[in-house]
Design a protein around this ligand. Sequence first.
Ligand code: BGC
Length: 736
Amino acid sequence: MPEIQADNQTTQRRVDDLLGQMTLAEKVGQMNQVNSGDEHAVAHLRSAIQAGHIGSVLNEVNLETINELQRIAVHESRLGIPLLIGRDVIHGFKTVMPIPLGQAATFNPDLVREGARVAAREAATAGINWTFAPMIDVTRDPRWGRIAESLGEDPFLASEMGVAMVEGFQGDDLGSVGSIVACAKHFAGYGAAEGGRDYASTNVSENELRNVHLRPFKAAVDAGVRTLMTSFCDLDGVPASGNEFLLRDVLRDEWGFDGFVVSDWDSVRQLAIHGYTENDEVSALAAARAGVDMEMFGESYRHHLPELVDRGLIDIAVIDAMVANILRVKFQLGLFENPYTDPADLPPIADDHALETARTSALQSVVLLKNDGPTLPLAADGLSSIAVIGPMADAPCEQLGTWIFDGDPQLSVTPLQALREMIGERVDIRHVRAMETSRSRHSTAFDEAAALAGSSDVAILFLGEESILSGEAHSRADINLPGDQAALVRQVRAAGKPVIAVIMAGRPLTLSNIVDHVDAILYAWHPGAMGGPAIADLLLGNESPSGKLPVTFPRMVGQIPIYYSQKNTGKPPSPETIVHIDDIEAAALQTSFGMTSFYLDAGYTPLYPFGYGLSYAGFHYGNIATDTDEIRLGDTLRIGADLTNTGPVAAEEVAQLYVRDRVGSVTRPVKELKGFRRVGLEPGQTVRVEFELHTDELAFYGRDRQLAAEPGDFHVWIGGSSETELRADFRVLDSL
Ligand code: BGC
């Protein structure tokens, strides 16, 4: 600790010393992030950097150019301040990992940390020292295209995974080679965009904001994330990039954040488009006052802040504090010691470790949703032919998913390639793509596919969404399988052979129209470069599926938002109180059906709940017990349950811990995830899964806006999904 304090003091002295030498224009220059571009733009960049007008460049990945820009900054600008080089390294750089939503499905923070570490090293090789990741917006809307980039619906899971990513990018020592600055985004509320329509307004109460959406950001700040990015959204009438409550009251005053905040792309100037300011000048003023330290693209700061300071509309002390936030990170990154990159100091791109990490991540991200029979794993010994059908079977780019600016599709191994490589000598792997893209319509190729299925032992349909159908500004109102994929499923089904669906997508899709027409479903998200071998390993039973859903799967789009940690309502539904629209009798107009909270045409349950995922093993949970029935505030409860592998194979299971606070000063969710653990079990093996729960982990923001746990009665569950019913109870008493 004393060492860290001394480091902090030295850094602060260096920051103060530098600030003392800076002109106002140079200060504002540090707050300016510009986009790179073609040669012409780079030439322009050089002179702007020489003049001290630029603090950071984004979207430059040519190492020679970057080293040259750093040289100009260090040797040709008056004060020699090096540059931050930013890039969206979202789920891998060259070696693409599963999309973040898939990574969340691993419930494996160690693996997620390693994925980010690999990405950081590869990005660092190109001279990048700052990634705009992780995205930790909690979202409960699969229509939102950016759900692909998210870590799912749950604040606890998003916190654990988000922190793991921050640790992976930044490493133990930010100043060491291969560490890059992380950026927790988008602060805040973006994931609650109305109707899942990207950039739409967000209307969440402060209580919901604090208890759900801000949680992962607080965790990232506590874990030492060095930068945050604002959100594009209008949050309860105040766009996030001009939101003083978020950026000053919460982030600085309550949380003590000492890194810096960057706007999202041009979101400062967009304050005027929102109708929050009159023009760019007022936007610059509003954003700076609110606490946006650096403007990404737009240059309203550069054009207007100096004059706003001269006119006394913004205090120079405010500017100094913002510039200090930026310089602090540059010092911590070690840029002043060495701004240059020598790839020889780093592992080669896509080395064995990177590919292995991508493969394990893909493997653990896949969720087995259905397995009648069981149909899976395939008994490859007994098979002579497999029909491989569908638009995603051999689509090296599509399996990578959204946000892969630098991803190398040449590294992709598709499921078709992997199956051929693994069993092609023994088993006839036949392939009909049947659809050019996931959006294609019915064609004669469907007949060919059905004929192929009919003449094979089994049909595997590789379905889903192309990568372009999710991501930023790629929301969908209908989240069924696009195109005529459902018709393809039915036609192949009619051939009479076992049908397995492997679905690659950037979001939960509504699968109600195909679920009864297939025997098994592996949900693979967009699994990244090594998706093929990982999926083949699962199909063939070399490995057992172990992913769990980080987000609820609705039956139909009208159920959205549907998530496990909902409130109880005053009229909670139950199987006895609901009725289906088809079962209403003509004369029953006056019937009240129990008056509970459900849909006549969709009930109240999802198709698959949060935390759900099957295995080739069978897992049984029993004997839940707490070490005591009562604890005091400030104490720790121990909870355990026996977990037995009742199946025929060794496998990993993600054991999950949920609690319910029965009564609160504000109402509490019916279940909240509070812990999880990946456990490997041999057939027949039983282990005791133990969790510790400190009462601080029961804390929530009440009406007084304070974070505190409240005494009272609690339920606690352990199990394999959010629907677990294995429960114990305990009571929390006031501290003595
Ligand atoms: C996105 C950010 C991203 C930025 C830079 C914006 O449109 O919202 O998440 O980091 O662009 O590419």
